[in-house]
Design a binder for this molecule. Sequence first.
Ligand SMILES: *Cc1c(COP(=O)(O)O)cnc(C)c1O
Length: 457
Amino acid sequence: MDKALLRNIPRVDELLAPVRALCPNASSAAVTAAVRRTLDALRKDILSGAARELPGRDALCALAVAYARSTETPSLRPVINATGVVLHTNLGRACLSERAAKAAADAAAHYSTLEYDIESGERGSRSAHVEALLCRLSGAESALVVNNNAAAVLLLLTAQAAGGEVIVSRGELVEIGGSFRVPDIMAACGAVLREVGTTNKTRAADYAAAIGENTRALMKVHTSNYRVVGFTESADRAELAALAHSHGLPFFEDLGSGSLFDLEAFGIHGEPTVQGSVRAGVDVVTCSGDKLLGGPQAGILVGKKQYIDALKRHPLTRALRVDKLTLAALEATLRAYADGTAGNTLPTLAMLAAPPDTLRERAETLCARLAEKGVCAETVSEEDAVGGGSVPTQTLPGYAAAVTPRACRVDELAARLRQREVPVVARIAHERLLLCVRTLRADELDALAAAVAECGR
Ligand SMILES: *Cc1c(COP(=O)(O)O)cnc(C)c1O
């Protein structure tokens, strides 16, 4: 260790002015902290012997600038999703419509009618804002909204099945990402899971044989993120509802994605709708707000008044309640379904419905912008995905700009794109970077082309 080196480390105030000049947007507290951090790290390196000479002023300033910029950049921030996965759970699932985003921003910045009845001037109900809409759209008698679908299932089973048994098909013991497993959630609720049938086949008779005096409910879980294919059979909703009701029991369904829109219209097959389950006689249906519904994160419960009313009185409900931003965004999203504009205005539905020709043209436009900047790219057809644990077996025919980097490896290019201020998340296939256009907005193409050109140098 060299004492002279330690003595010659610049003082904090010597670096403040040059660093501040290089990042004028950073606060003075952030600049000071960044300079301190840089000099502390240098001191440590000298003491440990890792640094044997002093870096130049410019190098130290550059380090401090990088620190200052990284602390000023928000951690949770927008990214460009070039994966072609519409409901990308790690990238935030559904993007809100403009109307829903504005409703949330308004509710956030102003006082609101959250729990205020303007007719009477007295206390109102926070869930009333969306309940009537949910009932109208789903055909159910009553509705309730909680934080997410996991919370909806937790509340339903705690209130209706604790201390008793719930009968579920072996083929439906689902695990979705983030450690939500049906058997575990049952255990957490104090309910005993009674599995019936086999992995590939469960008939109504299997449920009937399992009903006993401890049975509290029959339950169906939508196999959102996988399908059992081949020699399969599962009991029909109406048949299970009739069976449950003939024993005085309720029949529940965790629908997962919870589409209010029949996706057959977009060529997406086999995804049930909320209203379809209600019509088939399911007593309480639960689903997510931010999957196929295209709204904010929320857990939606719709069904018979007798069960939903009991849930509203349950003490857990208060702990699971949603905030005003969510309610505002959800109401605006549901209004789009009610007034018939959902297909055009909700980004999730618009991305799922995008015709192949439109996507090919968008990919060609992106390739042209890339070519203008000297990047070698060609339009290729690619399989996109719905994502978010929805419609697992079906891909969507899409298009991508496939980039062949000239000056670096493809994984290096992908890593540099991820580390930008507005990170770009893309796919890699066959040594090329795929920029899938289904999940890109038209106004992102220029910025994306510039980013790829810069990072590929
Ligand atoms: C996604 C999903 C859940 C969890 O929903 P969150 O809104 O993410 O809490 C539960 N059950 C099924 C079947 C799902 O697909």
